[in-house]
Design a protein around this ligand. Sequence first.
Ligand code: PNS
Length: 354
Amino acid sequence: MRIIAGEARGTRLVSVPSGVRPTSDRVREAVFNALGQFFEGGEVLDLYAGTGALGIEALSRGFNGAKFVEKNGRAVRAVRENLERAGLSERGEVLRGDVEEVLERLLLEEQEFNLIFVDPPYKIAPKEIGGVLKRLAALLAPGGRVVVESGDPPPVQATESLKGESRRYGGTVVTFLERSEEHTMKLAICPGSFDPITVGHLDVIRRAASIYDHVVVAVGKNVKKGPKVSVEERARLIEKVTGPLENVSVEIIDGLLVEFARERGTRVVVKGLRAGSDFESEFQQAQLNRILYPEFETVFIMAAAEHSFLSSSAVREIASYGGDVRGLVPDEILDTVRHLYVNENGQAAASDRG
Ligand code: PNS
């Protein structure tokens, strides 16, 4: 085990006392990737500290101070030794004792922490963790995060005052929690080819934007159907019609949807679903995406009845003959769509679903 990044990068940590399950370097790296790489100050609380690797990693990456809570005497010595090896002894304090008792003390002292790690031995987790988490909300500074490590399934995913999401790293589950009132992980992605965007798409985007805090419309670059119009052009049309929607933005997606979602810290995509015809392909995509990213969720919004006949391919076909697509695409882009999709030699553009 080594410190991965920051001022103590590369420091080798002492071997683990028996009975302590250390957070693997891989999981520690994933946790810090999710939290943000480096920090400007702040206080860390490392509960069930073990070797202290999580708290020391946080100090190394810019936190001011850390308190390590541990009751096992050998582990306490390991934390002290590791702090010394990392040259961080002055910024770390080891509190020896039972976690719940130490928490009571910290609460009385009105201490606040910006980052709290909770990594109990898996077997004590179910009976103890609820009580521990209940106390943590009061110790969490505004904007702070609680990171709980556990087996699968996690014993607690949220309390009334803490809300969050879990991610799986091999057999380890890491749950990231924040104060309920600050929990704004309600970002959804509306992906599609949008070749071109129709009034049906816009209706689904609007409805998604009324449910979620923010919606990213993700325009596929290399979609299977071989789009007729460049991705930049398709994105421009969407930007124009979603302009008035304050919580909607438009991005281009040039890889896997699940990776795009992961990078933006969400696991939710919203798609519109028309009558039976869409189901087969949507079902397949949703299942495949869950193989790639098990926590991934596809949420379907039923297309409004008046749009159930409408498709991008129908718009392309009509426009390719110079036909009138008024009412099928938003008025603001009517002329551009006509211009982009009309087929000079009078032949219909490829007609498939979309
Ligand atoms: O069928 P649609 O709605 O036009 O789908 C377009 C899009 C962008 C959602 C889809 O092609 C996609 O997810 N592309 C990204 C590549 C990917 O993740 N493929 C695996 C999904 S099964």
